[in-house]
Design a protein. Structure first.
Lengths: 201, 98
């Protein structure tokens, strides 16, 4: 994996990004997603940014995955520049989308210094049509108000387990509501590009 | 027959391929690039400015930067990804996912 870290195309793309960006990370193999997430955080941490990982899973699990990719989790946690924020697995209380996004952002960054860099997503259910619809609506709200939030964000989705019948429309919706897409896969399939490239002539 | 619609990525690729092809013969002249990339001259000028702004080409004389070469290398892979995901344009309507 170490050779891939230097020549892997999405890594080079990430390293070249400047300013605040809303990125969607698609993957079907968590090994490559971890590689990208760790690199994204490290790029921010090395510039003095504060990073938050939003997850409905236990933070120990996520911390172990980041550590395995070379992030000195304990050290950054002690410096208060890396934090793991547990989000509710249930999506029932997230219907006020803008309000939910603002509340979570505020709660998650208490005591941290801007600029902020986030990884995660608010809606956890991508296995049902209802969950996908709600997730897209939240992503659209996030994208429409992106300037107000004044942070960078990477939203990650495992596309191996999503509901199949609406997959293409859902992925198109995700691409439309982010500035960049990264497909973290084997090196000969992985891609990263600006979604505006899909605008027509 | 109407010309098939291209997205921005396809147009970028057509322009960069045209420049690359012309550079193999010595110099990339805008009029040749225009003809090879099948664009009206005003559109070509706009796209060349855009590509230069994105640091993918240099103008005067026309040349391709490292970022532009990376794009050319990645183009087929991105096209395959989009085909696999069933995406070509972002004209998704609100009625989808219902």
């Amino acid at each position: 994996m170490s050779a891939e870290k230097t020549s892997y195309r999405p890594t080079k793309f990430l390293d070249g990004l400047e300013g605040n960006n809303h990125i969607v990370l698609l993957y079907d193999n968590p090994k490559y997603a971890d590689l990208i997430i760790a690199r994204y955080f490290l790029n921010g941490l090395e510039k003095g940014e504060s990073c938050v990982f939003f997850t409905p899973d236990s933070s120990e699990l996520v911390e172990a995955r980041l550590s395995a990719q070379g992030v000195d989790v304990d050290s950054y946690k002690k410096k208060n520049s890396l934090r793991f924020y547990r989000i509710e697995r249930s999506d029932e209380n997230k219907l006020d989308m803008l309000g939910t996004l603002k509340r979570i952002r505020e709660e998650a960054t208490i005591g941290m210094k801007p600029p902020f860099r986030f990884v995660g997503r608010t809606i956890t259910d991508t296995a049902t049509i209802e969950g996908m619809r709600l997730g897209l609506a939240v992503e659209k709200t996030g994208q429409d108000h992106f300037e107000e939030f004044d942070n960078s964000q990477m939203c990650y989705y495992d596309i191996s387990g999503i509901e199949k019948s609406k997959r293409d429309e859902w992925i198109r919706g995700l691409l439309k509501n982010h500035h960049h897409v990264i497909y973290a896969a084997e090196p000969d399939k992985a891609v990263a590009f600006e979604t505006m490239l899909l605008e027509d002539e | 027959m109407p010309k098939p619609k291209r997205n921005k990525m396809e147009i970028y690729n057509d322009i960069l391929c045209a420049i690359s092809q012309e550079l193999e013969n010595g110099e990339a002249k805008p009029t040749r690039v225009q003809s090879l990339s099948n664009l009206a001259y005003d559109k070509l000028v706009r796209y060349l400015d855009e590509l230069e702004g994105r640091n993918m080409i240099r103008q005067g004389p026309l040349g391709i930067t490292e970022k532009g070469r990376d794009f050319l290398q990645d183009y087929d892979r991105i096209s395959e990804f989009l085909l696999a995901m069933g995406v070509k344009y972002l004209d998704v309507s609100e009625r989808e996912i219902q």
